[in-house]
Write a protein that binds this ligand. Structure first.
Ligand SMILES: [Zn+2]
Length: 440
């Protein structure tokens, strides 16, 4: 085969093999260069080839000694070049493997040649594919190699987008399943990621399509931050939204999750420690007992251990230390602080607040209360229902241009009205909080 065919095939083979391991090959230009280089080297055994013409002082004696498609077109030749190129490993292993794979692609493709290849040189056996002479290709023939080259170019063009994502990721992208999105989420390290989803509201049964920042995820659900509140998305009715299709995408920002050592710090110090934090995740162990003034799902108490599951600051500050506690106020363990500067993200992305989604979340809160029917919350159900009615009339009285949409900046006043209405009523509605994502 001629150099263009070998070059095309080498890139195609590398793209396929590396995409199986999710290694970014196609976007790495030097790696492509080494694959191309590797695909040229086996023909160093003839001065008629492109590389043989340049390095004629090597190719001429090589052809005399071993013949064309002899030593250099065999596994032994591959092994020799694996040794010669090994310093590349120190530069970047991907370059080394691209070179070898490029080299191997050449030998493989030459098996399709009429004369075949002595793959196991110095054994004389000639390897061919396909077996019948009629189906193999004559080097440089327009009908044979010309068509093969066009087919390879088309295959390469088709495979490029898949290779960019990695084969398995490409499959996950196409299926858009929750499990796939979770796998992708786990593969993204230290980078903020967005869930691009289509889902059905558990309460209104309305279909929505949106992109939201992922706060956390497990196999069963995603917690996302949307329009100032935390939504739970999953595959059952216990979630705010039932996911139909979803994909995870990394965004440019890195999430700064700081681990703070709380040893020998008083509880009161801790509240002031990070003034700007909004969401807490982690565990705190105290040497004394705590009182939870408003037990909710974001803070849980087990003896002297408090665990926070995306706890807003308002919930955190309402925790009290047991007055009759013996021992000091020292906190002995560590907790994680997810400091996510969401404001910066807001500025970049044109954001709309959907009044409808506020109603949804109130209904969600109500459902939460109903779920805890035996707790003191049950007394407040009727008042809560009343509040929903009030809010509905508040929303109706606000003049909104577009059915339910209020543009964040222009309509801040109206939003504030809604916030005030809800503030202090149910702390699980995070209307006044801001999740912050640190832009590095
Ligand atoms: Zn060759």
């Amino acid at each position: 085969m001629t150099s263009p065919t070998h070059c095309t095939f080498s890139v195609l083979l590398c793209a396929v093999i590396f995409s199986l391991t999710s290694v970014a090959f196609v976007s790495d230009k030097p790696a492509i260069g080494f694959a191309l280089l590797g695909s040229l080297f086996p023909d160093l055994d003839t001065p008629k080839s492109a590389i043989g013409r340049i390095l004629f002082f090597i190719s001429t004696p090589l052809e005399k000694k071993f013949g064309h498609r002899g030593l250099l077109h065999s596994f032994l030749g591959l092994l020799i070049f694996a040794g010669i190129a090994s310093p590349l490993l120190l530069v970047k292993p991907l370059y080394y493997y691209s070179f070898l794979l490029g080299y191997f692609s050449h030998i493989l493709l030459d098996c399709v040649n009429v004369s075949g290849v002595a793959l196991f040189h110095p054994l004389p056996n000639i390897c061919v594919f396909p077996y019948s002479d009629n189906y193999r290709i004559k080097t440089g023939s327009l009908k044979g190699e010309g068509i093969l080259l066009i087919v390879l170019i088309i295959l390469l063009a088709l495979y490029m987008p898949v290779s960019n994502l990695g084969l398995f990721r490409a499959v996950r992208y196409l299926t858009a399943s929750q499990q796939g999105a979770y796998t992708d989420y786990n593969n993204i390290n230290n980078q903020a990621s967005i869930l691009d989803y289509t889902a059905i509201s558990t309460y209104s049964r309305k279909k929505i399509k949106d992109k939201s920042l992922i706060i956390s995820a497990n196999r069963y659900h995603f917690l996302v931050w949307e329009d100032g509140e935390i939504l739970k998305l999953g595959n059952d009715d216990r979630c705010d939204y039932v996911l139909k299709k979803c994909r995870t995408k990394a965004i440019d920002q890195e999430i700064d999750i700081r681990k703070i050592n709380c040893t020998a710090k008083a509880f009161s110090d801790l509240i002031d420690l990070e003034k700007d934090f909004i969401i807490l995740k982690g565990e705190l162990q105290g040497s004394c007992d705590f009182i939870l003034n408003s037990p909710g799902s974001s803070v849980k108490k087990n003896h002297r251990t408090l665990s926070f599951e995306f706890c807003p600051k308002s919930d955190f500050t309402s925790i009290e230390i047991e007055k009759n506690a013996t021992g000091s106020e020292e906190l002995q363990d560590q907790f994680f602080l997810a400091d996510l500067e969401y404001n910066n993200l807001l500025n970049r992305k044109k954001k709309y607040i959907t009044a409808k989604s506020k109603l949804d979340s109130i209904l969600a809160a109500r459902k939460q209360i109903l779920d805890h029917a035996s707790s003191p919350y049950s007394i407040e159900i009727s008042r809560q229902t009343e509040e929903i009615k009030n809010l509905r009339s508040t929303l109706n009285s606000i003049k909104i241009n577009d059915a339910y949409h209020i543009q964040l900046k222009k309509k801040e006043f109206e939003l504030e009205k809604i916030r005030t209405k809800l503030k202090g009523y149910n702390k699980k509605l995070h209307f006044s909080g801001y999740l912050k994502i640190r832009i590095l």
